[in-house]
Design a protein. Sequence first.
Length: 320
Amino acid sequence: MSRPEGTALLAPEGTALTEAPAPLERTVAIAAAVHARASVEARYLMAMQRPRNWLDVAQRLNAAMRRPGVAAVAEYSVPRGDRKIVGPSIRFAEEALRAAGNVYTEVVVVDDTDTHRTMRVTMTDLESNWSIARDVQVAKTLERSTAKEKDTVLGQRLNSEGRLVYIIAATEEELLFKQNSLISRVVRTDGLRLLPSDLKDDALAVAAEVRRDRDAKDPAGNAKVMASKFYALGVTVAELEKHLGKPLTAVQPVDVEMLRALYTGLHDGEFTWDELRERAEETGRPSGVAGLREKLAKKAPEPAAAKPEAPLDSLRGDAP
């Protein structure tokens, strides 16, 4: 039986009027808000009670870089035309943020459609209350030069090099890998902005020294270890040797360092091996050490032409 609008709800005489319980959705929302507020307050309280000391941060970070496993992946390398971009890797940024402490990273999905997913990555220094936020958009498609039978082809296009590529719907596993890779890049870029440049440079120098000492002892053995890691990513020994321009049994420490930086960039999703191979084909030059030798040979100045020798009589003066 409906109650006329504007009339009051009266309880029977002798009974108490009780408020109806709040809906379940409202109760959950209130609990979530209280939990979020308590979490934020706890983070800032701990940051105030345990402020960082940059000297302690430097010691912890340098100690981490002295571990061979961490030093091996501290830097990455991305080929860009005739040059290579080398910088601190995602793993280095993670170690730096762990050593610094009092930094909070939050990832929130702000939009999710059939074609893309947008996430907001926010990093906050809890001591200075300095925050930086970036929106990361992840397309739910992949581009490949070939399409397999199981792939869902959505279309095709010509890339900037005029080659035909297929637009394929990404699986949940591929989308998750792509999403995590983009988020990790943002965390690396923004996280390293919190770290003083001198601390970063010193830690990278420590890692480079550890790698040089290790490679100098057994470059061929370390190259075999790197070959196993590349194979796990789908890169064969033959492809590595083609990229280096020499067999793995003849590598030098500088070759192992290049392989290690390439592996870190490949593992972190900075590029794919197909992209690396396509760039080498586009330039039309060998890659790796062979390409470097060819480049140096082209830059080497041509030997100056020998001057014609003067006649012997002219050196002795006029003949009598």
